[in-house]
Design a binder for this molecule. Structure first.
Ligand code: NAI
Length: 724
């Protein structure tokens, strides 16, 4: 039998019943690359489920997808717009009623997962009696809502713990983990794996046929949570400390994590229907929270915009490089070689000697070994990856490279030399990229014969882990070179932001305002422990003093001295540097240059935990009057936000999305604030101007609000989300 909806090209669903009475429901929304959960899908889905249940000849249901993936999650646009909790509860309850209908209708329902099922997609799968996944190495499964400040509002916080136990489910829910097929099967999210799409449907139908009385475990009379519910001693013991552990980790900045925990625990103490109601209420609390709005703005809209090439010049075909040369097999070059080989490029890793290059390749060898031992990479894939890296001390091996990433010492003269010798052998149409962290790109391009093909690719350390690459346009960098650099960054699975050439580019410049504010606070007599705690509470991953130790105070001093010299030579005024005297004293007088030396703001005892250096109070006495913690936090965040606006004003930054994503991915700026410009949006631009002026008067001119900020506040504007 073929229902009418199969003849309707607008229909998002196909419905076919085979000779054995198994109905296959295929989700396939027209005109979209993915199925998403919105009314366009759920309404006909409900109709088709009712049709199947109303038809006595139908003995079982198989749900699958006509797209590459099974079903993406909820419609984020819809959730983003919602501000009324009652409306959220009604919507969530409605979707859950549909899933309840599916799982309690008295016929077996099998989910045939041909690809990824994340968020709401997985929630639908969990409402089926059996889940079979295609052995698709690209497929991912997870309840990822927390990453946008949300929780699974389609029964996910109730079904998953009832299926795999509270202790196994909580980390998956609270971290939004995405599992590959094998891991999903091992953790119990998936029951079976099929090798081919045909096998998938055959297995699904077969299961439905032999399980006519299928029911969900939680609908069985004698249902018990695997591992026990929240009252079970082992679980109760864990739950007694879980909220404080969470608090210590998040400082209360991610309310969704607490709501998830509460929904799981409270839900386990009542019957399933009431548990679903509890979940809807916590879901509503998440959806209307400012944290979710901020995270959706940046980590959904703006990130998607970048991923779709929002900062890439139009009109150039997508580049695919064949041979990537890396100059310098030190800390950065070794890691860049690894990510390039992992993305499938042939890599030539060049250092001054064969020995040096071999040492660089050894870094990839150790990463591969670790990945293989942890089961994250097969032995064969590991061997293929390593085969792609040719370590060498001979410049001739770079012949024919169509992309060069230079990561030799931070020395202008040396960089000029390697640029010229490499250009002589590389592909004439290739791109030459420098990974400099401080030297302006326009200047580095001067010795180049092809400055239009010269660009900055600023990686972050460790480059195999950090998700961002800051692409720096020199004055002569051509749009085509930029487009090609953008493509490379995406091909190595990193996120590119595009900025213009300037001192510190964008990320280092704004990041440094955070660590320098830590020093300003110390000079003002604030207790160092309060400064560090406030840094963490502001949402930064590490306190400013500890971070400064990591970066090294001697490097800071070197950069500050260089900046002064350069500005003086150019006849420009040297801006206020409130931490300068302190850093100079720490490095030159007190011999405390940072973590590497084992001495900085902290002591680093061998094998022990770092401790704030007790001598700090002697040199920078703690003032009797301590400013409120909330003000310390505001100082730390407003100084970064104000500097970001200056970068926009000066044209260092060209877009709001690059600013916000660059901050979160580059130096870990408080993600729940959605990046520095979204922080200002949520703060209110007019209020931020008032506060900055107060701070400028009290703490110094660095807080003088950027002109652009004042103008936008006066005009009642805010920073745009994405174009259009
Ligand atoms: P490193 O000191 O670990 O490595 C530099 C390597 O370049 C050494 O192995 C050296 O032997 C090699 N080298 C020197 N002359 C060479 C030549 N003529 N041909 C080929 N190789 C040569 O330095 P690191 O930390 O890897 O930094 C490299 C570049 O990356 C610098 O420009 C640095 O500013 C930049 N950078 C560093 C970051 C960091 O966190 N370390 C972050 C972002 C950028």
């Amino acid at each position: 039998m073929v229902a009418n909806l199969n003849d309707n090209p607008e229909s998002p669903i196909r419905y076919e019943v085979d000779a054995d009475g198994i109905a296959v429901i295929t989700l396939d929304m027209p005109g979209r690359s993915q199925n998403v959960l919105n009314e366009t899908l759920t309404e006909p889905f409900q109709a088709v489920v009712e049709q199947a249940y109303g038809d006595d000849t139908v003995k079982g249901l198989v749900i699958t997808s006509g797209k590459r993936d099974f079903l993406a999650g909820a419609d984020i646009d819809g959730l983003y717009q919602m501000t009324d909790p009652a409306e959220v509860v009604a919507m969530s309850d409605g979707f859950k009623a549909l899933l309840r209908q599916l799982e309690t209708g008295g016929k077996p329902v099998v989910c045939a997962l041909n690809g990824s099922a994340l968020g709401g997609g997985l929630e639908m799968a969990l409402a089926c009696h059996h889940r079979i996944a295609l052995n698709n190495p690209k497929a991912k499964f997870g309840l990822v809502e927390v990453k946008l400040g949300l929780l699974p509002g389609g029964g996910g916080t109730q079904r998953l713990p009832r299926l795999i136990g509270i202790q196994t489910a909580l980390p998956l829910l609270m971290e939004g983990k995405e599992l590959r097929v094998d891991a999903a099967k091992a953790q119990g999210l998936i029951d079976e794996v099929a090798d081919t799409p045909d096998d998938l449907i055959t297995k699904a139908k077969a299961w439905a046929k032999v399980n006519p009385k299928a029911a969900q475990p939680w609908d069985e009379k004698k249902f018990k949570y695997p591992g026990g519910d929240a009252k079970h001693p082992a679980v109760a013991q864990m739950l007694a400390i879980a909220p404080s552990m969470l608090r210590a980790k998040t400082h209360g900045n991610f309310p969704a994590t607490l709501h998830i925990m509460a929904s799981v625990v409270e839900g386990s103490l009542v019957d399933f229907e009431n548990a679903l109601k509890i979940e809807s209420r916590y879901f509503a609390a998440c959806v209307v929270s400012p944290e979710a709005k901020n995270m959706i703005t940046t980590l959904w809209y703006q990130l998607n915009h970048i991923n779709k090439g929002g900062s890439r010049p139009d009109g150039y075909d997508r580049a695919r490089f064949s041979k990537v040369g890396i100059l310098g097999a030190g800390m950065m070059g070794s890691a860049i070689a690894f990510v390039s080989a992992k993305a499938g490029f042939d890599v030539v890793l060049k250092d001054v000697s064969q020995d040096g290059a071999d040492k660089g390749k050894a870094y990839s060898e150790s990463l591969v070994k670790k990945a293989v031992s942890k089961g994250r990479m097969s032995k064969e894939d590991g061997a293929t990856l390593l085969d792609k890296i040719l370590p060498t001390g001979d410049v001739q091996d770079l012949t024919g490279c169509d992309l060069i990433v230079e990561a030799v010492f931070e020395d202008r003269g040396l960089k000029a030399k390697v640029t010229q010798e490499t250009e002589a052998v590389m592909d004439a149409s290739g791109v030459f990229a420098s990974n400099t962290s401080t030297l302006p790109i326009t200047g580095l391009a001067e010795p180049s014969a092809r400055p239009d093909q010269f660009v900055g690719l600023h990686f972050f350390s460790p480059a195999d882990k950090m998700p961002l690459v800051e692409i720096i346009k020199g004055e002569q960098t051509s749009p085509e070179t930029l487009a090609r650099a953008f493509d490379y960054v995406q091909q190595i699975k990193k996120t590119p932001i595009v900025v213009n050439d300037s001192r510190g580019f964008y990320t280092s410049r704004v990041f440094s305002t955070y660590i320098m504010e830590g020093i300003a606070l110390l000079t003002d007599g604030q207790h160092p422990r309060r400064i560090e705690v406030a840094g963490l509470k502001s949402g930064m991953p590490v306190g400013p003093l500890a971070l400064h130790d990591e970066v090294s105070l001697s490097l800071s001093l070197h950069i500050m001295d260089q900046t002064r010299k350069d500005l003086e030579a150019a006849g420009k005024p040297v801006p206020e540097q409130p931490g300068y005297a302190l850093i100079r004293k720490m490095v030159s007088e007190l011999d405390r240059p940072g973590k590497k030396a084992g001495r900085g703001f902290y002591d680093y005892p061998d094998g022990g935990k770092k401790q704030l250096w007790s001598g700090l109070a002697e040199h920078w006495p703690v003032a009797a009057e301590q400013i409120p913690e909330s003000e310390i936090i505001e100082r730390m965040l407003l100084t970064q936000a104000n500097e970001t606006v200056r970068c926009l004003e000066e044209g260092v930054l060209e877009s709001v999305w690059d600013a916000n994503i660059g901050a979160i991915f580059g130096w870990g700026f408080a993600p729940f604030q959605g990046g520095p410009l979204q922080y200002l949006n949520a703060y209110g631009l007019d209020k931020a101007v008032v506060r900055l002026r107060e701070f400028a008067e009290r703490y110094g001119e660095r807080f003088t609000p950027a002109e652009r900020l004042v103008a936008m506040a006066d005009a009642g504007q805010s920073f745009e989300r994405v174009p259009g």
